[in-house]
Write a protein that binds this ligand. Structure first.
Ligand code: XMP
Length: 321
């Protein structure tokens, strides 16, 4: 892409050609899908219905933050509450790849339902080049293929039996190009750390239940608050990503005069340029101690131990899954 203004003109033309009537747009609150949603609105007006799915796998306050971001970006997005569907799809599932597949299918079934309501089969997504390269797909010109690393997209690909037809206006762009297009469209950068499409489900190792999700949500909020406090007081440079992972172990602790068994949380703080490789951040002990004290206090009787993940990527990945 050479000229963002030219890209926008061309993308609008292509969207009009690819979407004869109406389309739904999958918006996640990230910059890619927000750019795709804005392009869809410019091309199709109110024939584009932009949807944000509240999976129930989101962090504290996320739905409100995302709503505010859409408002700032001038995009009209409807929030679809779907916590129950996702939790029931994940019931009894512990295998990480199986979790991803079920989450992907739940997204697809929801989009199929919403598409049928407005009598369309077109789903516009903000997929960009690194997404399909990491998933082992091929480009619109049939270029580069790689082995499947994981079902990486937020939506995990479209199953063969789906009635939906994907439209991906940003498919050939890289992140810096998407940022240039966003600037052209006056869409601000959400300035948030990357957050995976499957949400806290990849940060709850083992079965995802409402109870365990709540623990992961509290622990993630504490890590974010304490890391951001440490950034403000110059104890820490802003890392690429910082979060908590709930581990399915039963480990012993004390509560009052009694021994009891609870779970453990691992804190993950990494630096990276492009998420392809990453280094575990050297966390000042005082910051780690504050995090551990708050997690074990605010989740007393549930989480007993807090660990720090020292592994780099590779060989570890950033998320635990
Ligand atoms: P890993 O865990 O593979 O993650 O080292 C690399 C980066 O990608 C994020 N991530 C995802 N992002 N959908 C996303 O949009 C996903 O399914 C997904 N899985 C991982 C992860 O947070 C890290 O920034």
């Amino acid at each position: 892409m050479n000229d963002p203004a030219e890209f926008v003109r061309h993308a609008i033309e292509r969207l009009r050609a690819d979407v004869p009537e109406r389309a739904i747009v999958a918006a996640s609150g990230g910059i890619d899908s927000t750019v795709a949603a804005r392009l869809a609105e410019l091309a199709l007006g109110d024939r584009a219905r932009c949807l944000f799915v509240d999976t129930g796998l989101l962090r504290d306050g996320e739905v409100d933050r995302v709503r505010a971001y859409f408002r700032e970006s001038g995009t009209h997005v409807q929030v679809v509450p779907a916590e129950d569907q996702f939790l029931s799809a994940l019931e009894g599932v512990t295998d990480p790849e199986d979790k991803r597949v079920r989450i992907g299918h739940t997204f697809i079934r929801l989009f199929e339902h919403e598409a049928a309501r407005i009598r369309t089969d077109r789903l516009i997504q903000g997929t960009i080049a690194p997404d399909w390269i990491e998933s082992g797909g091929s480009g619109s010109d049939g270029s580069a293929k790689r082995d499947t690393i994981k079902t990486h997209h937020n939506v995990g690909g479209i199953p063969k039996d789906s009635t939906l037809r994907l439209v991906e206006p940003l498919r050939d762009l890289y992140k810096d190009e998407v940022r240039a297009v966003a600037q052209e469209l006056k869409i601000p950068d959400p300035l948030r750390q990357p957050f995976p499409g499957p949400g806290l489900a990849v940060r709850v190792v083992g079965e995802v239940t409402a109870e365990r999700l709540r623990r992961a949500r509290v622990a993630n909020r504490i890590v974010e608050e304490e890391v951001e406090r440490a950034i403000r007081s110059n104890e820490l440079a802003r890392p690429w990503q910082y979060f908590a992972v709930l581990l399915p172990v039963r480990t012993v602790g004390v509560l009052g005069d009694n021994r009891f068994h609870g779970e453990a949380v691992s804190v993950r703080i990494v630096d990276s340029i492009d998420a392809m490789t990453a280094r575990s951040v050297a966390l000042p002990h005082a910051v780690g101690a504050r995090i551990a004290e708050r997690i074990t206090r605010e989740l007393a009787g549930e989480v007993v131990r807090v660990l720090y993940d020292l592994s780099d990527k590779p060989p570890a990945t950033i998320e635990w899954e």
